[in-house]
Design a protein around this ligand. Structure first.
Ligand SMILES: [Fe+2]
Length: 267
């Protein structure tokens, strides 16, 4: 558990070759220290933009043509999608359409195989063995979960928050799936600087990049094109993917994410 609150160090570093870094344990160790100290890492071109385009098309089709419903994180639960419209019951308030995949369900992209190198990197940077949590069942009360999030123009966003750092993770990596300046103009993923400024990471990243930072750094999603009219089914806005390792519902050892904007509403 982190004792001192971690702040953004003001350093944004680029990883040009994600695959090569994964093979170089000494270099990973150095990067781990940087992340611990609050540096941001942007790994370039980890996935092909054409693959990301196909995934977005597929998810938008699912989102348009089936009902959204929420499911708690438990062994064997189905993949699902749901709308979160500033839901009061969430630990962190946000507005997005979420598509969730669990490793015990097969899916058309074989996502967990496709994305395994990011989980390897997440584990190594979190000081865990590469293979930890890589089974298709919960391990030590935690499970891998891929969470695609679509933030619609006009209303999409997420309050500033911290995510838990514990034995399961130091980092929640995210995949850049939309290009700011093209698919949306304003807002996006930010980290807070020491003097309280919002540093927008979507300004500095391209489709296919993976962003790594210490989950305790205050961060959020600034409202996407706030002047646009909200239209969930147009799927115009910002897409991202979070490479999560979540505690299962029965695990009370790990803290919840903390919303730094809504006061007193959460445990
Ligand atoms: Fe977060």
């Amino acid at each position: 558990m982190t004792a001192e609150p971690i702040l953004f160090s003001e350093k944004i570093r680029v990883i040009e070759n994600h695959g090569a870094l994964l093979e170089d344990l000494k270099a990973v160790e150095a990067v781990r220290e940087q992340v611990k100290n609050g540096d941001i890492l942007i790994a370039k071109e980890v996935f092909q933009p054409s693959l990301i385009h196909r995934i977005k098309e597929y998810l938008a089709g699912v989102g348009r043509n089936s009902f959204p419903n929420y499911k708690p994180i438990e062994m064997g639960c189905p993949n699902f999608h749901r709308i979160n419209y500033w839901d009061e019951r969430s630990y962190v308030k946000g507005c997005f359409h979420q598509f969730v995949f669990f490793p015990w369900n097969q899916d058309v992209f074989n996502f967990f195989e496709l994305m395994k190198e990011v989980y390897y990197m997440k584990n190594l940077l979190s000081h865990n063995p590469k293979q930890r949590f890589m089974q298709n069942v919960p391990e030590d009360g935690c499970v891998r979960r891929l969470s695609f999030q679509f933030y619609p123009k006009g209303m999409g966003g997420m309050n500033k928050h911290r995510d838990p750092v514990d034995y399961h993770q130091l980092i929640v990596p995210s995949l850049v799936m939309s290009k700011k300046g093209k698919e949306f103009l304003h807002g996006g993923l930010y980290v807070e600087s020491k003097n309280g400024q919002k540093i927008c990471l979507d300004d500095r990243a391209d489709i296919g990049d993976v962003i790594y930072f210490n989950a305790q750094i205050p961060h959020g999603v600034e409202r996407i094109d706030p002047d646009a009219e909200l239209d969930w089914i147009s799927f115009q806005g910002r897409w991202t993917l979070l490479f999560a390792i979540n505690k299962i519902t029965a695990n009370t050892a790990i803290a919840n994410s903390v919303d730094l904007e809504s006061h007193g509403a959460n445990p």
